[in-house]
Design a protein around this ligand. Structure first.
Ligand code: NAD
Length: 258
């Protein structure tokens, strides 16, 4: 028996990367997971992989930026299962660039996916959970939302907003059975990171050196904290953000020794 046996779960942007790792980890703990993903190819592939491994997973094409798309996704879950126990707001993307020339379209895209999208999913699923008197919403923020990092004004501002949203909604719903928490991952080994390394926009060596633990995080290290936070073991945790960053945020001194 897994600790999340039968829990009806939604993971946005679960087609790849951290979202897929979370979906797989929650499946392994017994959850029934909907991959609510923008990209139909990766969404279907993720579900195939999970069901091939014997887990309960399905896919619904969803754009978290659009209220009607989010509501259709929620209606599909309710039609199939009649309730929602866990929502993981994970969908995201990173567009970097200098603030003084940053295109408004890229600003809007990041804010729409990572901030408004979190609000839209939280509102739609929150209504169901409040009616049930029970549920957990977990938002993936970032260490970027906890401090400054050049060329990432839009990304980091959106993530800081998610941290604030988590605190506000968590307090608002705290007496109504719905917990709202956030995980702020540090730099994590994903396809997105690999792509940035290949394009010369980042080097693993610099990230490793900047991290007190001397290495970037692994997807499984984020997913295991998510599993804890959405489980009943975390029943007294709400309206807060847990950093999973190998000490990155705490470090505020001269460059670390090699
Ligand atoms: N990778 C890191 O180092 C890192 C660090 C801190 C936080 N994060 C956060 O973790 C989350 C996952 O990041 P990742 O590295 O796995 O990225 P990723 O690009 O591999 O995955 C993001 C997923 O979100 C989906 N998505 C994008 N727009 C969407 C939309 N409008 N509706 C639904 N789905 C959409 C994408 O299709 C993709 O499958 C993001 O919120 C990211 O900001 C990542």
């Amino acid at each position: 028996m897994g600790e999340l046996d039968g829990r009806i779960t939604i993971v946005t942007g679960g087609g790849r990367g951290i979202g897929f790792g979370i979906a797989r980890r929650l499946c392994r703990a017994g959850a029934n997971v909907l991959i609510a993903e923008f990209n139909p190819e990766t969404g279907a592939e993720a579900v195939k992989q999970l069901t091939d491994e014997g887990y309960q997973a399905w896919f619904h094409e969803t754009d978290v930026r659009k209220p009607e798309s989010v509501q259709a996704m929620v209606d599909a879950v309710l039609a199939r299962h009649g309730r929602i126990d866990i929502l993981v707001n994970n969908a995201g993307l990173a567009e970097l660039g200098p603030t003084e020339t940053f295109p408004v379209e890229q600003w809007d895209l990041q804010v729409d996916v990572m901030y408004t999208g979190v609000f839209l999913c939280t509102r739609a699923v929150g209504n169901v959970m409040l009616e049930q008197g029970k549920g957990v919403i977990l938002n993936i923020s970032s260490i970027g939302g906890l401090g400054a990092w050049p060329l990432r004004t839009a990304y980091n501002s959106a993530k800081a907003a998610v941290i604030s949203l988590t605190e506000n909604v968590g307090c608002e719903w705290a007496r109504r059975g719905v917990r709202v928490v956030s995980v702020a991952p540090g730099v994590t080994r994903t396809a997105m990171l690999q792509q940035m390394v290949e394009e010369g926009r980042a080097t693993l060596e610099r990230y490793n050196k900047r991290t007190p633990m001397g290495r970037v995080g692994e997807i499984e290290e984020i997913a295991s904290v998510v599993q804890f936070l959405v489980s009943d073991r975390a029943s007294y945790i709400t309206a807060t953000t847990v950093t999973v960053d190998g000490g990155w945020t705490a470090w505020g001194n001269l460059p670390l020794e090699e």
